[in-house]
Design a protein around this ligand. Structure first.
Ligand code: PGA
Ligand code: ZN
Length: 422
């Protein structure tokens, strides 16, 4: 049974406060989890409770969420069996009483939810991926590695937020990390040789001052080739335009490029990029409010390309179900803090699997040293993880955890590769 629930305020990778929770069980088992935080958030995400006190952390403190953990939530959960994860999560949802965790904060509920799961796994003397995923958990996800950062994640003129690579042809997860690292370092050299800066953005990818998505894609493909790999065959390319960020008054405003594209022109531009570059997946190609655009892009590209809904679904099973009925996207990005409990995240993932949608486990642009999502990617067997670039410990911590899991699984382990895309 749960004997202690203790929250505290710690820092995330952007230097902002976030919630960390320790859970202790009667047998002494411990679980600890820290909560991530987004920058380009969807409007329907569960609420990340911030104090709003300008005198502390510029209003970004999370002392209210921590107080909820140490007060109401702890009171409700003391004595509860940590193995009853769905009961733990339901108790917090009901205690909160709002549809979007606005009262206690999804940062409070998520920290507790994940820490309870980790404590229960420890009590079972099992790694988290095994405890949550059961005996069949053996699939190592294909990583989507974000090597050029733009949009809200960098101070440059690139309109799209993320330019990613995926080592589809790797033999193992560790091999995928090696390939990703080689391409990352080759990209640094080619950017530097072309006179661009090689400072990194929030997710550890480079943030050069390039003028367009075209130019960024040319650098990425050249880096794959120069590293000795065949674009498309060995290493595929993936995009997250995060289009909600530049959808203004019904058009897509490419401020970096200095031009606007209508919904139709924007879809045609994406289709052109898919023709010209080995792009296998596009996340948030359209804005969360542009459902007509989402339908258009799904009809235009859905048979050729994984179309991942992030802002439009917000890891919410009800929103995903609406999207499935409307025929938009064919994949969902799953971020635990968008919904606020492990149980609800798993429900959303299962809703996607049943509908034949693929699932991508994802970090946030604000992360911590917590590696829970690495385990959850293996636990769900979703086959894909998006957790940033090949630099910055908040990103590589997840890759390193997956390397450990692969090693531990030994001959049971299987690397998802391109099979996970459909
Ligand atoms: P965020 O970005 O964590 O800043 O929301 C990640 C994404 O858009 O996928
Ligand atoms: Zn996204």
């Amino acid at each position: 049974a749960i004997t202690r629930v203790h929250g505290r305020q710690v820092l995330d990778s952007r230097g902002n406060p976030t919630v960390e929770v320790d859970v202790e069980l009667a047998d002494g088992s411990l679980g600890r989890a820290a909560v991530p935080s987004g920058a380009s958030t969807g409007t329907n995400e569960a609420v990340e409770l911030r104090d709003g006190d300008p005198a502390r952390y510029h209003g970004k403190g999370v002392r209210k969420a921590v107080a909820a953990v140490n007060g109401e939530i702890a009171e409700a959960l003391l004595g509860v069996d940590a193995r009853a994860q769905s009961e733990v999560d339901r108790t917090m949802v009901e205690l909160d009483g709002t549809p979007n965790k606005a009262r206690l904060g999804a940062n409070a509920t998520l920290g507790v939810s994940l820490a309870v799961a980790k404590a229960a796994a420890a009590a079972h003397r099992q790694p988290l991926y095994r405890y949550v995923g059961g005996v069949y958990a053996h699939l190592l996800p294909m990583p989507m590695m974000n090597i050029i950062n733009g949009g809200a994640h960098a101070d440059n003129a690139i309109d799209f937020q993320e330019f990613m690579i995926a080592p589809v042809g790797a033999e193992s997860f560790a091999d995928a990390v090696r390939i990703g690292s080689e391409v990352f370092h080759t990209l640094r050299a080619t950017l530097r040789a072309a006179g661009h800066n090689t400072n990194v953005g929030d997710e550890g990818g480079f943030a050069p001052n390039l003028n367009s998505a075209d130019e960024a894609l040319e650098f990425v493909v050249a880096a794959i080739e120069k590293s000795g790999y065949t674009p498309g065959e060995d290493v595929a390319v993936l995009l997250d335009p995060a289009a909600s960020e530049f959808y203004v008054d019904g058009v897509y405003d490419y401020r970096g490029e200095g031009r606007k594209r209508s919904v139709e022109e924007h879809v045609e531009y994406l289709a052109e990029l898919v023709r010209r570059f080995p792009i296998v997946s596009i996340e948030d190609p359209m804005a969360q409010d542009d459902i007509a655009g989402w339908k258009l892009v799904t009809q235009a590209l859905g048979d050729r390309c994984q179309l991942v809904g992030d802002d439009v679904f917000c890891t919410n099973a009800a929103l995903l179900s609406e999207g499935i009925d409307a025929g938009i996207a064919n994949s969902i990005l799953v971020k635990v803090n968008q919904i606020g409990t492990l149980t609800e995240m798993l429900l959303t993932a299962n809703t996607a699997f049943k509908a034949g949608y693929t699932v991508v486990m994802s970090h946030r642009s604000g992360e911590t040293e917590d590696t829970t999502i690495a385990d959850l990617a293996v636990a769900t067997g979703c086959g894909q993880i998006k957790t940033g670039s090949l630099s910055r410990s908040d990103r590589t911590a997840k890759y390193n955890q997956l390397i450990r899991i692969e090693e531990e699984l030994g001959s049971q382990a299987r690397y998802a590769g391109s099979g996970s895309l459909s």
